[in-house]
Design a protein around this ligand. Structure first.
Ligand SMILES: *[C@@H]1O[C@H](CO)[C@@H](O)[C@H](O)[C@H]1NC(C)=O
Ligand SMILES: *[C@@H]1O[C@H](CO)[C@@H](O)[C@H](O)[C@H]1NC(C)=O
Ligand SMILES: *[C@@H]1O[C@H](CO)[C@@H](O)[C@H](O)[C@H]1NC(C)=O
Ligand SMILES: *[C@@H]1O[C@H](CO)[C@@H](O)[C@H](O)[C@H]1NC(C)=O
Ligand SMILES: *[C@@H]1O[C@H](CO)[C@@H](O)[C@H](O)[C@H]1NC(C)=O
Ligand SMILES: *[C@@H]1O[C@H](CO)[C@@H](O)[C@H](O)[C@H]1NC(C)=O
Ligand SMILES: *[C@@H]1O[C@H](CO)[C@@H](O)[C@H](O)[C@H]1NC(C)=O
Ligand SMILES: *[C@@H]1O[C@H](CO)[C@@H](O)[C@H](O)[C@H]1NC(C)=O
Length: 911
C-alpha cells in the first residue's frame, strides 16, 4: 500500500517537474536565438590581465556561459562582461557590454556562476569575451572564442595536451615542454605563507613539474622554492635543491637552479670551489646542471608571478633531487631581496631571507587547493613614482609600451623622464613644468578623464587643466608647458594624449603647504591663527590654520564675535572634517544661528590637534532677492576685511552648549587688505589722513564756501572789498586743497579708483581747479554805465554756478571721506566727526538762507519798483552780481599784490 502511495507521489512529482520544465523551457529559449552551435561546450581559461583574474569559461548554450573557479580582486562598480571582435587594443576598446549582469564589487574567491547574454548579443557577434572596467577602459582578463575543430574536451579543467612529438624526449631543462591553457593556471595550489603561494601541475609522462610561484612582494625580491635533501631531517637548507626566481632590474623574469651547501651567500672558498647558496652552474660549469627553465613571469597588482618547469627525475644527479611522487617530501621556501649583478659576479643572487622562510611537506601527486581567492597585495601600485620638482622640467617622450599599468594599451605610450607611464605626484600650488618632445602626433594634455584621447569624441565630459592641441614638440624643438595646479584640483587626474586614448597615466595631486596653495597669508591677532586666501574674479578661497592644539577653529568676519559671520571647522566623531557657517548676533549659544552659505571645496583636517580649515565662497552670495542674513555676507576686496578667530574644546553641528563656546578668542579684529595681501595695523586715525581731512574741511568747508558767500553777499560793502576776500579765500582754499591731496597721496593704501570718495574727490578737484582757469579767461568787462557784454554775462553765470557746484560736491566728498574712514577704522570717532560736519553744513545753509533773505530785501529796497524779486531767482542774482562791477584794473592790481601770480597773469587780458 505504502509503496503504491509513494510511487504515486513520485510520479506526480515527476509530472509537476515535467510541467514546470515545459513551461520554463520555452521561456529561457525565448531569448536564445539559435546561432553558431559549433561553439557549444567551448571551454577555455581567462588570460590574466589585471586584478589577479583566473578562471574557467565554458559556453552552456546560445545565450549563456558558465564561469568557474573564478578569482578576481574587487574592481569597483562598473565592471562588465564585454565582447569584442579581437583581443588587441583597438578591438577591445571598441567592444560592448554583452550581459546585463555586472560583476560583483567584492572579491571573487574560487566562485562558479552562470551568465546570460543580452537578448541582442549572439556568439556570432563576438570573438573575445572580456572582463572590462568601463570607466578606465581596462581589461581585467579575457579569452578568445575558437571553434573547436580538434580534440573537443568538455571537461572544465584543461586536460594535459597529447604530447607533441619532440617532447617524447624526457624533460631535461633545456627547452620548455608545451602545455595547454594559460600559464597562470595550475591544477594545485598550496599556501606557503600569507604572501606566498606554490602552484603546480604535475605531468608525469613528460617528466616535468610546472611550478608557479606567486608572492605579494616587492619587485626587487626573490622567491625561492625547492626540495630539501631527503636524507637530511634536521637542517633542511643544507643540501637543498631549490629554484630562485625574480625579476631583473629591467623587469624581466628569471629562474635559476640552485644548490645549497652552506648557510651563507655564494662565494668561492680558497680552493676555488663555490659554497653557500649558489646556482648549480657555479659548482659545475656545464649547462647540463641548469635544469630549471622559465616559462612565464609577470608582475601585476603588486604580485610577482613566475612559472617554471623542473624535471621530476633530473639528469643532474649531483645538485638536484628526484621528486618522489608517492610520498610526502620536505620542501623549503624563502623570500628575500636580490643582489643585482656586479663586476665580480654576473648573476642575480639572493641576499638574506630575513624571517620569511619555512619548510612544508608536499606530496606532489596529491591534489591540493588551499588557496582561497587571489593574493591581495597591500601595495598594488607598481608603477614608477615620479615626484615633480619645482624647477626641473619633466621631459615627456614616446616609447614602447612594456609594462603599461592599464591594459589594453597602444603599442607606444608616454614616457616621463624616461620612465614608462609613471605615476606622477604633484603638489597643489607648486608649478610643474613639462618639456614635451613626444612628436607632433602627440598633443599632451592634463585632464580629469582617465582614458584621455579627447573625451568629447566619446561623448564624455572632461575637464582639461593644461595642455591641448598646441602642446606637441620634438626633441630638437620641445614645447614647454608650465602649469600651476591650484588648490581645487582633485586628488587624481591624468596626463594623456589628445589624439590617442590610454597613452598616459595618473597624476596624484597632494596638498602642498598652505603657503604654496594660497597667494596670501597674514597672522591674525595674537599670532594664534594664520589666515590664507587667494582672490579670483568672483570668489575667494580661504584657509585658516590654528597654530596650537584645539578642538575646533572658527574665523569670523566682523569687528567682534557679536554681529559676525563665522566659519567653524572641526573634526566630528566619525573623523570627518566639517566646516559650518553661522551668523552670530550675541554672546551666548542661542545667538549662534547656522546659515546656509554656498561653500565649495570644503576641507577640514586635524593634525595632532592643529586644525586647518579650507573653503571657497563667492565674493557676493548669489541670493536673488533673498532676505536671508547670509546674503549680506559680502566680501569686498577693495575694502578691509575684519577677521577674528575663536578656538575651543569641542564643536558639534547640533545641540551646541555654552561649554562648546570658545575658550579663547582674538582680542581684536585684524583688518586684512585682500588686494594688497597684508594686514593693516589697527591704529586710530592715521595722522596724515587726519591732516588731509582737516585741510579739506578747511578748504571746502570754510575758505571756498566763504569765498563764494563773499562774492554774493558782500558786494554792498565798500568798493571791491568782496573781490579781495573772494580771490584770497579761493586761492588759499585751492592751495590748501592741493596740499591736502599731497597728504592723501602719502597714504593711498586701501584707496582705489572705484571708491566713492576718490570719485567725488576727483570731481571736486576738476571743478575746483577749473575755476581759476576760467577766471583767467574771463571776457572784458563793459565800461561803466554800459550794457554788460553778452560774453561777460555768460561767463559770470558759468563761473558762479560752477563755483557753487564745486563747493556742494566738495562737501559731499568730505562726507564720503568720513565714510571711508569709518569703513577702515573704528566707527565711533567718525560718527562724531560726521555729526559735527552735518551741524556745520546746517549752520551754513541756515546762514545762506538768512543772508539771501536779507539781500533780497535790500535789493528790493534799492531797486524800488523795478520788479518783483523772487529769492534765488537766477537771472536776477546774476545781473545783481554784475551790477557793482566797478573793478578797474588798478584796483585789481592792488588787491592781488605780486604774490598771487595767477591773478597777475590776468592783468594783460583785463586791459
Ligand atoms: C582588430 O582591429 C584591427 C584594426 O583596428 C583590424 O585590422 C583587425 O582585423 C581586428 N582583429 C580582429 C580579430 O577582428
Ligand atoms: C549553470 O548552468 C548549468 C547548465 O545549465 C547548470 O547545470 C548549473 O547548475 C548552473 N549553475 C548555476 C550556478 O546556476
Ligand atoms: C543591446 O541592447 C542594449 C539595450 O537593451 C543596448 O544598450 C546595447 O547597445 C545593445 N547592444 C548591441 C550590441 O546592439
Ligand atoms: C623518460 O622518463 C621515464 C620516467 O619518467 C622513463 O621511463 C623513460 O625511459 C625516459 N625516456 C627517455 C627517452 O629518457
Ligand atoms: C639556465 O638556462 C637558461 C636557458 O636554458 C638560461 O636562460 C639561464 O641563464 C641559465 N642559467 C644560468 C645560471 O646560467
Ligand atoms: C603527508 O603530509 C600530510 C600533511 O602535510 C599528511 O596529512 C599526510 O598523511 C602525509 N602523507 C604521507 C603519505 O605521509
Ligand atoms: C557618524 O556617521 C553615522 C553614519 O554615517 C551618522 O549616523 C552619525 O551621526 C555620525 N556621527 C557623527 C558624530 O557625526
Ligand atoms: C546658494 O546657491 C543657491 C543656488 O545655487 C541659492 O538658491 C542660494 O540662495 C545660495 N545661498 C547663498 C547664501 O548664497
Amino acid at each position: 500500500m505504502g509503496n503504491v502511495r509513494s510511487l504515486l507521489i513520485i510520479s506526480l512529482g515527476f509530472l509537476i517537474y515535467l510541467f514546470e520544465f515545459s513551461v520554463s523551457d520555452p521561456d529561457s529559449s525565448h531569448n536564445c536565438p539559435k546561432t553558431n552551435t559549433s561553439l557549444l561546450h567551448f571551454t577555455s581559461q581567462f588570460v590574466m590581465s589585471q586584478h589577479q583574474l583566473r578562471g574557467y569559461f565554458s559556453i552552456i548554450d546560445d545565450c549563456s556561459f558558465k564561469v568557474s573557479k573564478f578569482d578576481m580582486l574587487s574592481g569597483g562598480s562598473d565592471v562588465y562582461w564585454w565582447g569584442a571582435v579581437g583581443d588587441n587594443y583597438e578591438n577591445l576598446t571598441s567592444g560592448f557590454v554583452i550581459s546585463d549582469e555586472k560583476l560583483n564589487t567584492s572579491t571573487y574567491k574560487n566562485d562558479s556562476f552562470n551568465v546570460t547574454l543580452m537578448s541582442n548579443v549572439t556568439w556570432d557577434d563576438i570573438r573575445v569575451v572580456s572582463v572590462w572596467k568601463k570607466s578606465m577602459a581596462s581589461d581585467f582578463g579575457h579569452l578568445v572564442l575558437k571553434e573547436m575543430t580538434e580534440s573537443p574536451s568538455p571537461s572544465p579543467s584543461p586536460s594535459p595536451a597529447p604530447a607533441p612529438a619532440p617532447s617524447t624526449i624526457n624533460f631535461t631543462g633545456s627547452s620548455v615542454v608545451e602545455f595547454d591553457g594559460e600559464p597562470t593556471m595550475f591544477d594545485n595550489c598550496k599556501v606557503l605563507s600569507d604572501t606566498y603561494r606554490l602552484r603546480w601541475t604535475l605531468r608525469e609522462d613528460d617528466n616535468v613539474i610546472d611550478i608557479g610561484l606567486e608572492g605579494a612582494i616587492d619587485i626587487g625580491n626573490y622567491m625561492a622554492f625547492g626540495w630539501a635533501d631527503p636524507s637530511n631531517k634536521k637542517d633542511y637548507m643544507l643540501g637543498a635543491d631549490v629554484a630562485v626566481t625574480g625579476f631583473t632590474e629591467e623587469g624581466m623574469p628569471f629562474v635559476d637552479d640552485y644548490h645549497i651547501t652552506k648557510y651563507s651567500a655564494c662565494m668561492k672558498n680558497k680552493n676555488g670551489r663555490a659554497e653557500g647558496v649558489c646556482p648549480d652552474i657555479m659548482y659545475h660549469n656545464d649547462n647540463k646542471v641548469n635544469n630549471t627553465i622559465l616559462v612565464y613571469g609577470h608582475r601585476k597588482d603588486g604580485v610577482s608571478f613566475i612559472r617554471y618547469q623542473r624535471p621530476i627525475k633530473s639528469i643532474d644527479k649531483n645538485y638536484d633531487w628526484d621528486v618522489d611522487l608517492k610520498k610526502n617530501m620536505t620542501c623549503i621556501w624563502a623570500l628575500g631581496s636580490i643582489r643585482p649583478p656586479d663586476s665580480i659576479q654576473p648573476l642575480y643572487l639572493p641576499e638574506n631571507h630575513g624571517k620569511t622562510y619555512g619548510h612544508v611537506d608536499v606530496n606532489i601527486s596529491e591534489s591540493v587547493n588551499e588557496c582561497s581567492g587571489p593574493l591581495d597585495a597591500n601595495n598594488k601600485q607598481d608603477q614608477d613614482l615620479l615626484i615633480a620638482e619645482k624647477n626641473e622640467p619633466l621631459v615627456v617622450t614616446l616609447g614602447p609600451a612594456l609594462h603599461y599599468p592599464n591594459p589594453p594599451n597602444p603599442s607606444k605610450v608616454l614616457y616621463i623622464n624616461k620612465k614608462e607611464s609613471p605615476l606622477l605626484r604633484i603638489e597643489r600650488g607648486v608649478p610643474v613644468k613639462f618639456s614635451i618632445q613626444a612628436g607632433h602626433n602627440v598633443a599632451f594634455y592634463i585632464t580629469s578623464d582617465p582614458i584621455g584621447g579627447n573625451a568629447m569624441s566619446r561623448n564624455v565630459s572632461e575637464t582639461v587643466y593644461a595642455g591641448g592641441q598646441m602642446a606637441h614638440g620634438v626633441q630638437s624643438k620641445p614645447e614647454e608647458l608650465e602649469w600651476s595646479p591650484d588648490r581645487n584640483i582633485p586628488n587624481e587626474i591624468y596626463y594623456q594624449s589628445l589624439y590617442t586614448p590610454k597613452m598616459g597615466w595618473k597624476i596624484e595631486v597632494v596638498d602642498g603647504g598652505l603657503s604654496d596653495m594660497y597667494n596670501n597669508s597674514v597672522l591674525l591677532d595674537d599670532q594664534q591663527v594664520t589666515f590664507y586666501w587667494t582672490l579670483s574674479k568672483k570668489s575667494i578661497s580661504i584657509a585658516a590654520r590654528s597654530e596650537k592644539k584645539t578642538g575646533y577653529l572658527a574665523i569670523g568676519f566682523g569687528e567682534k564675535m557679536k554681529n559676525s559671520f563665522a566659519y567653524v571647522g572641526w573634526v566630528d566623531g566619525n573623523g570627518t572634517g566639517r566646516v559650518n557657517t553661522y551668523w552670530i548676533d550675541g554672546n551666548n549659544v542661542q545667538s549662534i544661528h547656522p546659515t546656509n552659505e554656498n561653500l565649495t571645496y570644503v576641507r577640514c583636517k586635524s593634525e595632532q590637534g592643529i586644525i586647518t580649515l579650507e573653503f571657497s565662497r563667492p565674493l557676493k552670495p548669489e541670493c536673488d532677492g533673498d532676505k536671508k542674513v547670509e546674503c549680506k555676507n559680502i566680501v569686498e576686496p577693495t575694502s578691509l576685511l575684519k577677521v577674528i578667530w575663536a578656538m575651543g574644546a569641542k564643536w558639534s553641528a547640533d545641540n551646541l552648549t555654552d561649554s562648546n563656546m570658545h575658550s579663547s578668542t582674538s582680542s581684536k579684529a585684524v583688518r586684512v587688505s585682500l588686494l594688497r595681501g597684508s594686514a593693516e595695523a589697527d591704529e586710530d586715525l592715521k595722522p596724515v589722513l587726519a591732516v588731509h581731512g582737516f585741510m579739506m574741511f578747511l578748504a571746502w568747508g570754510m575758505f571756498l564756501p566763504g569765498g563764494v558767500l563773499a562774492a554774493r553777499y558782500m558786494k554792498n560793502f565798500n568798493g571791491d572789498f568782496w573781490f579781495k576776500i573772494h580771490v584770497y579765500s579761493q586761492c588759499s582754499g585751492l592751495t590748501i586743497t592741493f596740499l591736502g591731496i599731497l597728504f592723501a597721496a602719502a597714504e593711498v593704501r586701501g584707496l582705489h579708483l572705484h571708491s566713492l570718495h576718490v570719485k567725488f574727490g576727483i570731481l571736486t578737484l576738476i571743478l575746483g581747479f577749473i575755476q581759476p582757469i576760467n577766471a583767467y579767461f574771463r571776457p572784458k568787462e563793459a565800461p561803466d554805465g554800459e550794457q554788460p557784454l553778452r560774453q561777460r554775462v555768460v561767463w559770470e553765470y558759468m563761473h558762479g554756478y560752477a563755483g557753487k557746484l564745486a563747493v556742494c560736491i566738495g562737501v559731499i566728498s568730505i562726507f564720503t571721506g568720513l565714510k571711508h574712514l569709518g569703513d577702515r577704522y573704528n566707527a565711533e570717532n567718525v560718527k562724531g566727526l560726521t555729526c559735527a560736519l552735518v551741524i556745520w553744513v546746517l549752520v551754513g545753509v541756515v546762514s545762506v538762507l538768512y543772508l539771501e533773505y536779507v539781500r533780497g530785501r535790500s535789493v528790493r529796497e534799492r531797486s524800488g519798483g523795478r520788479g518783483n524779486f523772487v529769492l534765488g531767482d537766477g537771472e536776477d542774482e546774476e545781473t545783481d552780481l554784475l551790477s557793482p562791477s566797478t573793478i578797474d584794473e588798478g584796483n585789481m592790481e592792488r588787491i592781488m599784490g605780486s604774490s598771487v601770480r595767477k591773478e597777475i597773469q590776468l592783468e594783460p587780458l583785463g586791459r
